[in-house]
Design a protein around this ligand. Sequence first.
Ligand SMILES: [Ca+2]
Length: 104
Amino acid sequence: MKNTLVAVSSVLIAISSAAFAQSETPSFTEVDTNADGILNKQEADQALPALGLSDSNQDGVISKGDVKKVLPDIEFEGDDESAIGSAEYQQIVQVMEQLMDRAG
Ligand SMILES: [Ca+2]
């Protein structure tokens, strides 16, 4: 359940891999609760609380640049101002899983 993720520290490397592994990574359709195809701040906080994403330009939408600030390893197509959609969300999940593997 998503709730198990809420307690996770905002320090990425401190993510409990056990807690994450126990919870099924939510699909984008589950994460995109208002079904507009992009990730807003609320949806990101709900789905990826461990990242502690900030909405730098305060438009309520998480942009690729916002994600890159906390996940510098990630490489998105397109410009940093555009929003996170399904494909980008998959990338985020993938990078987080890689980081957690590395963290052991
Ligand atoms: Ca949305």
